[in-house]
Ligand binder design. Sequence first.
Ligand SMILES: Nc1ncnc2c1ncn2[C@@H]1O[C@H](COP(=O)(O)OP(=O)(O)OP(=O)(O)O)[C@@H](O)[C@H]1O
Length: 318
Amino acid sequence: MELDGVEKVFDVRRKVGFLRRERHQVRAVDSISFRVPRGEMVGYIGPNGAGKSTTIKMLTGILTPSAGRLRVAGVDPSRERTRLAQRIGVVFGQRTTLWWDLPLIDSYRLMHRMYRVPDARFRENLDRCVELLDLGELLDVPVRQLSLGQRMRGDIAAALLHDPEVLYLDEPTIGLDVISKAKVRGFLRDLNAERGTTVLLTTHDLTDIEQLCRRVMVIDHGRLLYDGALTGLHEVGESERTLVVDLEREVPPIELPGTRARTVRTQGPRQWLAFPATESAAPLVARIAAEYPLVDLSVREPDIEAVIAKMYADRSAV
Ligand SMILES: Nc1ncnc2c1ncn2[C@@H]1O[C@H](COP(=O)(O)OP(=O)(O)OP(=O)(O)O)[C@@H](O)[C@H]1O
């Protein structure tokens, strides 16, 4: 995937007054550039209305960019949409690509024909998906009778029957219970590792990102705010880690002058100290052990959701 200065501007008419309509423009994607090499699994996150779906629609060829250059598997998506369709798979968690009234297997048979997948390959891919996504019992069930988690697994299989090199996943775990989420994540991890499928993953569930992606891109108001390792977000977000300290007895809040650690909570003999996530806990632990009646201690990593919420808030304040 290669994007250079890609923009998408929508012309919108808004009703103002009884007869008057005002035209204005929405810049849904604003000069975005990134590259995703073959075989990488990347998270693409941002608040509602940030421009994620618009980006994915341009990457599939459904929408044409207003400006910039875009290539997927060497192809310009909007110019060669049909050719690209053979090489990409898309899962929109909120919508299904399956035929609602047909048994699951019939949707797959239709896709077999539509994508002109060679018989042997179709069989092999179907068998693999049925096994790994646990679809055996569901193949003869009409899609409308499937639970959300079952339907999602059915949709993921549908996106993979033609062996796509690139997979776009838009909220693939939305509304799923913990077990279904784990199943979907495990499957995607194996798919990426074994087949080298390139994956762009959009989600509001940051655990998806933590468990699947080493790289994450954060978008807001159509612009890329961050592109890098998930751990690097902590530096950008100035997040904090927490030392949870258990003492022999209740004492006044711990003070460690000369450090950036501060006590944020106390409860009997237990105290919580926040310190910058980018700093080492070791000197703080040594000081506490030397100066206080320490019994036990643990370090809590920063909550990635809090870091990202802060990033969005900082951006909105600009
Ligand atoms: N067809 C359209 N016509 C006009 N405006 C649009 C159109 N599609 C999207 N937009 C606007 O573009 C902006 C980006 O929308 P987009 O759907 O890409 O966001 P998103 O990041 O996918 O949000 P969500 O997390 O809610 O799905 C929004 O302000 C949206 O209202």
